[in-house]
Design a protein around this ligand. Sequence first.
Ligand code: GCO
Ligand code: MN
Ligand code: MN
Length: 392
Amino acid sequence: MDRYDPTRKDRFSFGLWTVGNPGRDPFGGPVRDTLAPTYIVKKLSECGAWGVNLHDNDLVPFDATAKQRDKLVREFKKALADHGMVVPMATTNLFSHPVFKDGAFSANDPKVRAFALQKSMAAIDLGAELGAKTYVFWGGREGSEADACRDPRAAIARTRDALDYLCAYAEDQGYGMRFALEAKPNEPRGDIYFPTTGHMLHFISTLQHEYMVGVNPEVAHETMAGLSMTHSVAQAMEAGKLFHIDLNGQKIGRYDQDLRFGSEDTKQAFLLVRLLEGTAGGQKYTGPLHFDAHAYRTEDEAGVWEFAKGCMRTYKILAARAASFDADPAVRALIAEQRDAKLEPLLAGYDRKKSAALRKLDLQPDRIAARGLGYERLDQLLIEHLLGVHGG
Ligand code: GCO
Ligand code: MN
Ligand code: MN
């Protein structure tokens, strides 16, 4: 036990599908046994997690009868109560069944779209019954290879219709849920509509129930698109739309790897945790910290729990490193050097007087340009804090 071991207060969660991943990939079958959802709840609780998330079919098989469903839900709820775990988030599997091979909400066939709505309403009911306050939409099959099959504008409009419908449904039921949209550029489709968090943020502004819809950015997905996860999350936070987050690790330019959080691009992970924890100032993220990742295919079950603990410990270690970085007087001085408290009020908000004053300033751009900014030193300090050279 040390101060980096997770506790419930840390709000860490995992999906049933993450630690339950049996190691199947496109080139080989499972290498681990399937774990029962109730067993996962027990083990996650022992590891120090706070929440467990699920797709409808992670708990209730696609073809289960109503009686089987009720039994599974009853047993799962008992496991949650026995082990002091919560379900912060739920979602719908709209990608595994072959009916969704050409999408769900954006499919050309209205029967597929109708089935997707039916399945989503039932899954929202399940999420509500388990106490989920956040409902995620990840459109894994909402995309194309043969792009001439539909006007991409129709795909966008159909997705809007579906979300407007389901927001109204959740509101009508009084579930008090918020929806979080998760972007991904590709995989399993050649191209997926709404490929990045930025695309989602704009789309949300066109929804009827904009107030109840935010985003669920994922490290791997933004990285696959070659983007900075930290900047994407910052834009979501600035817009008040960071409703959930999928933390994992990913090498740029690869397939979706879903690696242990912080195991790749540790500097980006540091910057992300620093932003979420607000150690540099600004509002802190207080929602669930969800790990959408899985253990290496080389692992047995013991390796899965090592993986889970590793995600959580790395988050806490990075949070401590970020706090030490932002408390370092040398760092604060370097950041403060860039400010000019006298000039800044003139830049915020146009009026005629202020703009006349601004136009009169002799700013001497060549002198400004000649000044070095000290970012080499700042970044080296970041690396040294990250590597544990400074701070407690
Ligand atoms: C993926 C996605 C999924 C979603 C999940 C919850 O790349 O497979 O990240 O894991 O997050 O379906 O909506
Ligand atoms: Mn993913
Ligand atoms: Mn995800």
